[in-house]
Ligand binder design. Sequence first.
Ligand SMILES: Nc1nc2c(ncn2[C@@H]2O[C@H](COP(=O)(O)OP(=O)(O)OP(=O)(O)O)[C@@H](O)[C@H]2O)c(=O)[nH]1
Length: 727
Amino acid sequence: MKWARLAQEKLNQELAEQPAVEPEAPAAFAEAPAAKAPLAPPIEPPSAPAYDWQAVLYGTKPAAPVEPPPPPTATPPVTEAVIPPPPPPAVAPTSPVPEPPQVSPAAFDWQAVLYGTRPIAPVEPPVAEAPPASLEAAPAFESPVVEAPEPPAVEPVVEPLVEEFPSAPVAEEEILPVESAPLTVAEVPVEPLPQAETLPALPVAEEEPAPVVEPPEPELPAAVEISPVFEAETVEVPAAEEPPPVEEEVVPSVEAPPIFPPAAEGAPVEPPPSAPPAEPPPESPASAPLFDWRRILNRNRPVEAPPETPAPAAPEAPAAEAAPPAAEPPAAPPVFDWRRFLNRPRTPETPPVQPPVVPEPPPAPQPVVPPPPPPPAAEQAAAAQPKPRFELDAGFLWSAEVLAAQGRRPEDVTVEEISWLQKLRAGLGRTRRSLVNNVKALAGRGPIGPDELEELEGLLLQADVGITVSERILAALQERVRREALPGDQVLPFLKSQLRKQLELEGDDPTGFAPKRGQLNVWLIVGVNGVGKTTTIGKIAALATRSGYRTLIAAGDTFRAAAVEQLSIWGERSGVTVVANPSPKADPAAVVFDAISAAKARDVELLLVDTAGRLQNKKNLMDELAKVRRIIDKQAIDAHIESLLVLDATTGQNGLQQAKVFGETAGLTGVVITKLDGSAKAGIALAIVEQLQLPIRFVGVGEKIDDLRPFNSYEFVEALLSDYDAA
Ligand SMILES: Nc1nc2c(ncn2[C@@H]2O[C@H](COP(=O)(O)OP(=O)(O)OP(=O)(O)O)[C@@H](O)[C@H]2O)c(=O)[nH]1
């Protein structure tokens, strides 16, 4: 017992001594944060280990973004976005005339730089020159992201567009004189662009979750005189049938003009605060686009067909091309050097382009950087411990490979692109997992036979690919198997090539739909309720602004009360002016008429027309849409017109039914698939192309401003059938 007691006492004694250790730990940690604080501010030093992906890679960001990055405090990026001022649309006709935001110089050249102009290779050639590849060296500013959505200079200048269209033009249809409600132009403070990630979902959304059901709006009477005519069709809630007044004449809200003129008076309007002087167009030319759409879109034949593009440059280049490159052997293969990507020099967008700006680095701030102690370590170390939210997981590596397969070099890749692909891949994840796993299991049995083919068809149907497409793919597979055995490991690659074929409409030039420079392009956005039309317009507007297009938005959704407000928010985010008529039940055709007039007067290049959601079986609403289309055709005769149907991917095959009617009414030229990040069955994309014979122009994978990208069949298929999954 004594022994036990003694032992117990000793034990207690030891325990009593232990606690002392703890205090130290916290102290040590406490230092860390302290040290970091000072480091935050100096973002410039390219070598600094602290990789601020957003600031560095999104070179695009204008001044604004700079602040947010460092102190990730929960300050208020949101507030500054001016989101709250929903009703900025000064109703008063006296409001000054906003001007189409001038696109900043560095913006990426959507048409010339990205698409249109250049053939596939142009951008790549530099590859040869790429050799500057000295990893650390800061070669890169070429494409580096610069894309400074700099403050789209807003020229308040408002030419007397007015008289452009004297009174009522010759539109046979009359636009309801919808109240004298003056047309308003939502002033857009020209906020530079995109905070890539910040933009939260539009608040408005909730107001009207807008399901598919026809918005039974209460209302009506007043302006609805004509509505009765069509009531017949809709059994339910005749009253609810809101915007019935489809009929008739488009009386251009002649009042519109008056609205703009005032601004003119405002004299020169120096007010355009933000916009510095700007003869912006300057450096933009060669500037590097944030994402090179042209390359993305043209890259429908990656690794497999490398000969077309890269081939010439890579293999033979060395020999024929000359010595310089000699030293640099790489530059071609699909091997993505993620380290190089991570270590690439940081380029605060715009600045790099302007040499003068460079001098700034030396300023005092340097000293502030004192915390250089950490940098010495080595960039590699930094790379090893990447930044927040950017992980070298399977998604990242896969994205990098896909981009590399398209000829993208680490220096040209942006975080935005990586992020986009990751989102797309994640969005298609559900379908992919099911499809890929089953196909692999099936292929693992050995050579493909009749049983396997049948099973495969079932898998495709489950993915919503549609019967026709499934049959076509199987027919091709059968044909292939007939000629020679198809090894199991070739099944997926074969499927990919088949799917890609199905996604590409014969004769369609995916780069051809980019807005034409120097002329008016009108993009009419249609679809049923809640599919994402307004959101898509906001995203496209942002993209267009960054691409340097003079853009304008027409708030043609006069039915949903919050639509105009929602659009003006997007307008603020993207720096695009919104033309709207706040009066309830305004005739959308009249709004569009006015918007076209304004667009002509301002030399706008891209006019985005929003429309109210409507079910394809509501005749009066479809007639209303037809009227809008007619107005566009008549008033914008020389314009390049695109009519895009927005389809919610989660609606699956149902969406196809809508398309047929919308096609007859609005003359569709393409489709935008939204919500691919949801529980969509990605196969719907294949069915759309096959059944509608319409090209997919954009795909949306989220609610943020940069969650929309031009459709690329290669990326889509890779995301759908990638078996990369290491995780
Ligand atoms: N997850 C996801 N949500 C999206 C996407 N595109 C739009 N949304 C959301 O879908 C909802 C409806 O979007 P809206 O743009 O208002 O749809 P709409 O077609 O204009 O609606 P109506 O005018 O009522 O016909 C909003 O909550 C959007 O944020 C997308 O690609 N992914």
